[in-house]
Design a protein around this ligand. Structure first.
Ligand code: FES
Ligand code: MG
Length: 599
């Protein structure tokens, strides 16, 4: 079906697909002519090129086993697209795996978001299916997709299956931590730990517990951007391939309604409130709070209108319903078999904003009406009814106080010793991770089971990429102690637990950070009921110590950029990162990428 009007100079060029963004050469007709020359080199005919073009972002990589099923998913997405009259064209972006992105995958999340945004904008796609899965990939893609503002449909790779060791189920990565701790404490011998190592990740896919990857899958479904079954179908299941086919089909229908289905048009404040409700109900990863803030702040109309206080507010009225590791006992495939997001959203229905739009333009309420599900006994154990929650409310809370004027986050539901949630104790301070590694197991460390462990310099700037070092190990000399109040400006893995206060802001690498001046012996007070995190120091004493620290930095000639203690100025991406990254409560995004230049 030749479109001769393309070359008729009297006809303006309009429409979608290959005709998008014909700005080069000052001659749109020639640009289109050239574009067709080159795309035809790949063997496409005029009929194919007259269809809506659905881009598929390929994030497969030999270093990303969480994405090892991407080739099969692409094939299934293509099938869905072609069966419904679209043209599928895949293209790569960078891929990030938690274990193979040094110094941290978080350091590179914003780079992936820039890659995603710019490639969606640059290339002539009408709609884009974004295949992601491992922790930082979905956030990066949502941030980039919202900023690019072409319709996007996330497709996650899906969780891995649990393994089995001596008849007991094990799965990455909650059981990675508990097994290693048991081995360190002498409870497992070397043969056992080697055997467990073989079974912790027995299939491709993302970590099989409610870690960051699974949390972000559930949150994305709650945002209305993907089919509801898309949050939990295992990576190696036929259900996952059918979700992929369905995503391709949905993408084609979205292509006929591009304006209405742009992410900035679909996503509203209510969509994000629904996402936070789900985050609280699943006892999701603390990392998801940082990612959600970054995602919100990419949306010009919602930026700054949802913050940590909103997460806390929603938490106060939302019970924890899902009994999954690390807060509970089960794995993602159990959640899927229990009805997954359909069952959860139907249970949460009274707490949701049902008029929030979904990617096809339908409201969430309508989607749920069309997806009936009858909970069965097994389902009700895993996805509890509102009347019988795992935890009554506030799985994730925001704290404020003179130690965290801009906020901090605590996963109260993951506390192992609940008396620590209303607690006062003396600080034992580690200045950075090297200091921690050197002294934590030292017999002479002045620490008791009443101490509060404090780790500085693992914030967004202080240790670029904000490593997941917030779960400070219990000092070896405190044998038998299973939990302590621990504080840091860093993150923890979504698969970890304990009474761990994270994301303290401003972080210690900001010159006037109160957290940066805490010393051994200072009394730290946490009150979950009051949502307070305080240090027992007067404002005057804090100001005095800040001045002292500034003077010390100057005398050492340490470079300070704005208020950021950056050591020396760096070249390349790291230089860009250190001078542009914002604080945890804003999402650890680059200030120049946010919708309102938030620093
Ligand atoms: Fe990829 Fe856990 S390592 S999701
Ligand atoms: Mg993780």
């Amino acid at each position: 079906m030749a479109d001769n009007q393309d070359y008729d100079l009297n006809q303006p060029i309009s429409g979608t697909g290959l005709r998008q963004g014909l700005t080069s050469y000052g001659d749109a007709h020639f640009s289109l002519f050239l574009r067709k020359v080159f795309i035809k080199a790949a063997g496409y005919g005029e009929d194919a090129l007259s269809r809506p073009i659905i881009g598929i972002i390929n994030t497969g990589s030999g270093f990303n086993p969480c994405h090892a099923n991407v080739p099969q998913l692409i094939e299934a997405v293509k099938r869905g697209i072609h069966l419904h009259g679209g043209l599928a064209i895949e293209f790569p972006t960078i891929s990030l795996h938690e274990s193979f992105a040094s110094p941290t995958s978080m350091f590179l999340r914003n780079l992936m978001s820039m890659d995603t945004e710019e490639m969606i904008k640059a290339q002539p796609v009408d709609v884009c299916v974004m295949i992601g899965g491992c922790d930082k990939t979905i956030p990066a893609q949502l941030m980039g997709g919202i900023s690019a503002n072409k319709p996007v449909l996330p497709l996650i790779t899906g969780p891995m299956m649990p393994g089995s060791f001596h008849g007991q189920r094990v799965g990455a990565c909650t059981d990675c931590r508990s097994s290693w701790a048991a081995y360190r404490a002498g409870g497992l011998d070397v043969e056992d730990i080697v055997g467990i190592n073989e079974e912790l990740a027995p299939t491709v896919g993302t970590c099989g517990v409610m870690g960051t990857a699974s949390t972000m899958g559930c949150v994305t479904a709650a945002l209305g951007l993907m089919p509801l079954g898309g949050a939990s179908a295992p990576a190696v299941s036929s259900a996952r391939l059918r979700v992929a086919e369905q995503t391709g089909a949905m993408a084609v229908s979205v292509a006929s309604n591009v304006e209405r289905c742009r992410p900035q048009a679909i996503l509203s404040r209510e969509s994000f409130l629904n996402a936070i409700t789900v985050l609280q109900a699943i006892g999701g990863s603390t990392n998801a709070v940082v990612h959600l803030m970054a995602i919100v702040n990419r949306h010009p109309e919602i930026a700054g209108k949802i913050d940590l206080a909103t997460v806390d507010e929603v938490g106060r009225r939302t019970p924890l319903l899902v009994d999954l590791k690390p807060s509970g006992d089960n794995y993602m495939n159990d959640f899927h078999n229990a009805g997954g997001m359909v069952a959860l959203l139907l249970t949460l229905r009274p707490l949701l904003h049902l008029d929030a739009l979904t990617i096809t333009g339908e409201t969430l309420g309508k989607v749920l009406d069309a997806t009936p599900f009858k909970p069965f006994p097994y389902s009700k154990e895993l996805i509890r009814p509102l009347s019988n929650p795992v935890y009554p409310d506030s799985a994730l809370v925001a704290l404020y106080g003179n130690l965290a004027p801009k906020g901090a986050v605590l996963k109260a539901a993951a506390s192992k010793d609940r008396k620590l949630l209303e607690y006062e104790g003396p600080a034992v301070v580690f200045e950075n991770t090297a200091d921690l590694a050197q002294r934590i197991d030292d017999e002479n460390l002045k620490v008791t089971d009443k101490s509060v462990l404090v780790l500085k310099s693992i914030g967004a700037i202080g240790n670029p990429g904000m490593p997941e070092a917030g779960v400070i190990p219990i000092p070896r000399k405190l044998k038998g102690v299973t939990d302590m109040l621990r504080l840091s400006d860093g993150r923890m893995s979504g698969t970890a637990g304990g009474t761990i206060v994270l994301h303290i802001s401003p972080e210690s690498a900001i010159v006037d950070s109160p957290f940066g001046i805490v010393e051994d012996g200072d009394l730290i007070r946490l009150s979950l009921a009051e949502r307070r995190l305080n240090v027992n120091l007067s404002d005057a004493e804090i100001a005095k110590r800040v001045q002292k620290r500034k003077a010390l930095l100057e005398s050492h000639g340490t470079a300070v950029h704005g208020k950021r203690i950056v050591g020396s100025r760096k070249r390349g991406y790291r230089g860009l990162y250190e001078t542009s990254v914002n604080q945890a409560e804003s999402g650890v995004d680059f200030d120049f990428l946010t919708a309102n230049g938030q620093s």
